[in-house]
Ligand binder design. Structure first.
Ligand SMILES: *Cc1c(COP(=O)(O)O)cnc(C)c1O
Length: 360
């Protein structure tokens, strides 16, 4: 019998610190602006709220485990057959499903770094090994990523635009990369922020996946569609991929309220994209103001901007906290700042203006 007097846990858990809830910051005057999670700054549209309220009256019932009506609505909106779509509990949930579907212990998963924080956690939990390829000029180095693929690589993430740097890869380089990836290795193109892209050279994944059976497109309702708190994301890929992914679905994990809310949000796409347009305008204003103020800010195609602050990152974050503005610092690297309402953005710009160090 083992001597241990506690249950034994997987050693992989030792590599993660326990989840720390995001702190709520407030200025002395009680101001509290959250620019740390890239959410939509506006609450649900009345039509979406009505669908949520209506669905809430029936939560004694299980949700439709197949999300059939939602998948139908996604398919209709994007001109994609239902057999090409799989949904999950946020696109983070779909990411976990993808990894569970393709990774055996010890398999490799390649992605740029720094990129989305969920990738290393989900890769490790799947028992796979992360291969992180450094960004160059805050952007994916796709040729180095292709070089990093071995016969053990089962999945490659390309986050476009990249979180947290906001930078994009364009059509020609992405297609050249996809041409180099072996057919038995899945490429996941994470398009969480696609609605915010204005660079015409950036491809839409839905135009790319049709001739590519090893390409999966990942989308979410959490950002432009404003449903971060309800949790639903989806993947579009060839039916063989979609079918495999659905087998790893945690039963009922896309709840009934979010299914209704997402359908109502798709029906309100025009209104939501008008809001996105406002965010894009604000992004351009924020970036131009920062640059005029002496900051270096990579071109952002997202609803956030990236400031590489190096050793000054935590001081900058503290300066924002003191004014009641929470941003997302990555110690020693930089800070990601979401685009909020004009008032929130002005408050952030004021802190940036007063901060003594520019760019690390
Ligand atoms: C925010 C974000 C998502 C969305 O996650 P959800 O689980 O759908 O809320 C996915 N990928 C990236 C890169 C993100 O930044």
């Amino acid at each position: 019998m083992s001597e241990a007097n506690t249950p034994r846990f997987r050693s992989v858990l030792d590599r993660f610190t326990a989840y720390k809830p995001g702190k709520i910051v407030a200025s002395p005057e009680g101001r509290s602006f959250k620019l740390s999670s890239n959410e939509s700054p506006e609450g649900p549209l009345p039509s979406v709220l009505a669908a949520i309220t209506e669905a809430a009256t029936k939560v004694n019932r299980y949700p439709d485990n197949s999300s059939a009506a939602l998948i139908e609505a996604i398919g209709a909106r994007f001109g994609v057959p239902a057999s090409h779509i799989a949904v999950g509990c946020g696109s983070v949930g779909v990411t976990q499903m993808l990894l569970e579907a393709v990774c055996e212990p010890g398999d490799e998963v390649v992605y740029a770094w720094r990129s989305f924080e969920a990738y290393p956690i989900l890769v490790a939990l799947a028992g796979a090994t992360s291969v992180q390829v450094p960004l160059v000029d805050e952007t994916h180095d796709l040729s180095a990523m292709a070089d990093a693929i071995t016969d053990k690589t089962r999945l490659v993430f390309v986050c476009n635009p990249n979180n947290p740097t906001g930078t994009v890869v364009r059509r020609a380089e992405l297609e050249a990369f996809l041409d180099r990836v072996p057919a038995d290795c899945l490429v996941v193109l994470d398009e969480a922020y696609i609605e915010y892209i204005r660079d015409p050279e950036v491809p839409n994944g839905l135009d790319l996946y049709r001739d590519r059976p090893n390409l999966a497109i990942l989308r979410t309702f959490s950002k432009a569609y404003g449903l971060a708190g309800l949790r639903v994301g989806y993947m579009v890929a060839h039916p063989t991929v979609a079918e495999a992914i659905r087998k790893t679905y945690l039963p009922f994990s896309v709840n009934a309220v979010v299914q209704a809310a997402a359908i109502a949000s798709l029906a309100a796409t025009d209104e939501l994209l008008t809001r996105v347009e406002g965010t894009v305008k604000e992004r351009e204003r924020v970036r131009a103001t920062l640059i005029a103020d002496g900051w270096t800010v990579p071109p952002a195609e997202s609803n956030f901007v990236w400031l590489r602050l190096g050793e000054h990152t935590m001081d900058f974050s503290a300066a924002c906290d003191a004014q009641g503005i929470s941003v997302r610092p990555f110690p020693g690297e930089g800070a990601r700042v979401s685009i909020g309402s004009p008032e929130e953005n002005d408050a952030f710009l004021e802190v940036a203006h007063a901060f003594p160090h520019r760019n690390g």
